[in-house]
Structure formats: structure tokens, C-alpha cells
Ligand binder design. Structure first.
Ligand code: NAD
Ligand code: MG
Length: 358
């Protein structure tokens, strides 16, 4: 397989499964963590590697090193493997997803931003989502035609127990304390703001074609999705919060190994499903609008990405993330996206616009 974003949280777990299943690794890519990449090169002996910054090339222990976005595209096109696992974070993952689809490869997609910004340009039938909620939905939907409504769950993130007035002064360190999942920094902040759940709603729409979808808070992250049927029945998908399950489901054709411990149901207590507070999580008020106008995904994603990194650098406060998204939406409205080039153009324009205002 080709594994992009190999040094991140999803990347490392993907390599764990690849090792267990003896899947050979044709190519690896990462951003800046060259130390871990070198360890992965020594262990998995990929034919090609790609890094973000050409300046780091000298540090990489490999003689076939590609660099930057063009390098990612070249590397994917030189590979023979049919499977691309895209675990790059953010808009930077889009080019690779597009290239994988252009070449007719199977795409195991953790980079949800690809679907958020450009879902309509992808053939969802060739994508397997690496996201616990979407892997769960796939199992629940199966081949049923009588589905009325889909639900995904949210943990509530780092600030579930905080009062709204206290969110003004929270630090990145506090926001990075996710109660149940160990993930990269950006998605952990997106979980604290509920932007991640907004993204997952539109991700589910692009993958499964349903607009009747909502999210509920389930604090323990043991139920990942629910499916309501026409006859009034509801089925739910339970598992421990461990991404190895959804990664295995996405990359293995036949998978019957226990990569995670099964749940002991009799030990589960006080399972609750709660409505998401729109006062506390204002970004989630955009749910109906994004389902109505999926093209606004690019505006929301770009603004969010820009503001999240500013928050991590302590240049803006946590509540400014939502403010930046709403400001960008007010300014750009519903964008006219006719080609994939428009997606790249809007991404750049939104980031430039916010940069002028800070
Ligand atoms: P992470 O920050 O741990 O890892 C990101 C990877 O992308 C790293 O290998 C990093 O080096 C690489 N990268 C970063 N910027 C890059 C750039 N500009 N160019 C090339 N490579 C770059 O993130 P993660 O938690 O593993 O998440 C990866 C993706 O999977 C995200 O889109 C996230 O939303 C999604 N996802 C993650 C989880 C999870 O449990 N971690 C669950 C569901 C979905
Ligand atoms: Mg998820």
C-alpha cells in the first residue's frame, strides 16, 4: 500500500495493522517528523518516500525522496499498489485523494477534509472512510433500503464540562485534552469546537447520499453511529474508542481478527444520548446550511484550518475559531464551485481574507 501521513496518529496505527497482516509498504509520506519517518523507513523499507519541505531532504535516509504537493502526486503515480491510505491532515491531503481517484486506486480516506471541501468531485463508491462514525454507519446501513435517519455521535470534546463563559480564556493545552481519543492536534481542536462533527455530517452525506442525518453527544464514545429504520427500529454500533478497528475495516478485504478488545456490555453504565448545545458549540448551527449548500464546505474548512493553527500558536482565542468561520461565510457566501480549481482558489482566498483581518 501507499501510506500518506505515516507519522501521524492514523498513520502509526495503519502501520501496526500492515505489520500484523504482512502488507508491504510501497511508499510513505510525512510532513515534518523526519526522525519517525527514518525509523519507519528502516523497518518497512518503502520504495519511495515523500516529505513536505525540500529543505529536510538531506535528513532523510532514503535515495528516492519526493517533496511537497507535486512530489506527492508524482510519487503516487509511480507506485504500483492499488491501495492509497490518505492520513494527511487538512487541505494538504486533497491533491493526494484526487490523484488516487484519477489513477483508479482504492482510497482508504482518513483525510475527511478532502470530502468536506470537494466531496462532489469524488466517486464515493471507491472510498472507504477511516472514521469511526462512518465505518460504523457502513456496517449499520449494509444493504438496507428502509433507512429513515442516520445519527453519528460526538464525545463533547475537551470542553463538555466547561461553562460557556469560561471558554473565552481556555488555552491550547486545555483544548488538546480529549476525553476518549488520542489524535493529532488539529482534529482534537475540531472535536472541542464540534467542527469535527459538522465535517463528519457532510462526510456522511458524500459517502452515503443521505441528508437526514444528525449528531448526538454520547460521552463515553462507545456508540459511534445509529441508524433509524422506517418501521421505528433503531440499530446502534458499539465498540471501544480505538481507530484500529475502522482502519482494519477500511484497508483489509477480509478481516476477522480482533485488533481491539470487544466491549464488555454488562460493564457499561449510564449510557446517554444528548442534543448538541448550539450555544456552546456555535459551529454546529451550520449543519442544515452545509447539507443544503455542500459547496460552503470549502469556506468553512479553510477558515477553520486558518483559525485553528492561529489558536494553537496562541495568536487568537478559542472562541475566535467560530468567529473566523462566520466572518468568512458572511464575506464569501455560497461559493460558485464549478471545477476543482475553484476549490483551490477559494481555499487560498479565504485564508488570505482572514490573514488581512488578524
Ligand atoms: P496527525 O496530525 O497525527 O498526523 C498528520 C500526518 O500528516 C502526519 O504524518 C504529518 O506529518 C502529515 N502532514 C501534516 N501536514 C502535512 C502537509 N502539509 N503535507 C504533507 N503531510 C503533512 O493527524 P491524525 O490525527 O493522524 O489525522 C489525520 C487525518 O485523519 C485528519 O484529516 C483527521 O481529521 C483524520 N482522522 C483522524 C482520526 C484520529 O483518530 N486521529 C480519526 C478520524 C479521522
Ligand atoms: Mg470521527
Amino acid at each position: 500500500m501507499i501510506l500518506l501521513g505515516s507519522t501521524g496518529s492514523i498513520g502509526v496505527n495503519t502501520l501496526f495493522i500492515a505489520e500484523c497482516e504482512k502488507i508491504s509498504i510501497e511508499a510513505l509520506s510525512c510532513g515534518k517528523n523526519i526522525k519517525l519517518l527514518n525509523e519507519q523507513i528502516a523497518k518497512f523499507k518503502p520504495k519511495f518516500v515523500c516529505i513536505q519541505d525540500p529543505k529536510d531532504k538531506i535528513l532523510v535516509n532514503h535515495d528516492k525522496v519526493f517533496c511537497s504537493q507535486d512530489g506527492l502526486k508524482d510519487m503516487i503515480s509511480q507506485c504500483k499498489s492499488d491501495l492509497v491510505v490518505n492520513a494527511i491532515v487538512g487541505f494538504a491531503g486533497l491533491n493526494s485523494s484526487l490523484m488516487a481517484q484519477k489513477l483508479g486506486k482504492s482510497l482508504a480516506l482518513a483525510n475527511k477534509e478532502s470530502l468536506v471541501v470537494a466531496g462532489k468531485f469524488f466517486d464515493a463508491s471507491k472510498i472507504r472512510a477511516i472514521d469511526s462514525e462512518h465505518a460504523a454507519l457502513k456496517c449499520l446501513i449494509d444493504k438496507r433500503k428502509d433507512i429513515k435517519k442516520l445519527y453519528i455521535t460526538a464525545s463533547g470534546g475537551a470542553f463538555y464540562k466547561y461553562k460557556i463563559k469560561d471558554l473565552k480564556h481556555v488555552s491550547p493545552k486545555e483544548a488538546l485534552k480529549h476525553p476518549n481519543w488520542s489524535m493529532g492536534a488539529k482534529i482534537t481542536i475540531d472535536s472541542a469546537s464540534m467542527c469535527n462533527k459538522l465535517f463528519e455530517i457532510i462526510e456522511a452525506y458524500h459517502l452515503y447520499g443521505m441528508k437526514n442525518i444528525d449528531a448526538l453527544i454520547e460521552r463515553k464514545s462507545l456508540v459511534h453511529a445509529l441508524c433509524e429504520f422506517e418501521d421505528g427500529g433503531i440499530s446502534a454500533y458499539f465498540s471501544h474508542a480505538n481507530m484500529r478497528l475502522s482502519i482494519a475495516q477500511a484497508i483489509l478485504k477480509f478481516h476477522n481478527k480482533n485488533f481491539i478488545e470487544p466491549l464488555n456490555l454488562s460493564k457499561i453504565q449510564n449510557l446517554k444520548f444528548e442534543k448538541i448545545s448550539l450555544k456552546k458549540y456555535p459551529i454546529f448551527t451550520l449543519k442544515d446550511e452545509i447539507l443544503k449548500y455542500p459547496d460552503i464546505g470549502v469556506i468553512i474548512n479553510s477558515a477553520n484550518e486558518y483559525m485553528v493553527y492561529k489558536f494553537l500558536e496562541e495568536k487568537v482565542g478559542f472562541l475566535d475559531i467560530a468567529k473566523g468561520i462566520f466572518r468568512a461565510l458572511d464575506h464569501f457566501g455560497v461559493p460558485k464551485i464549478e471545477s476543482i480549481d475553484d476549490v483551490f482558489e477559494y481555499d487560498m482566498q479565504v485564508k488570505l481574507y482572514l490573514d488581512r483581518g488578524i
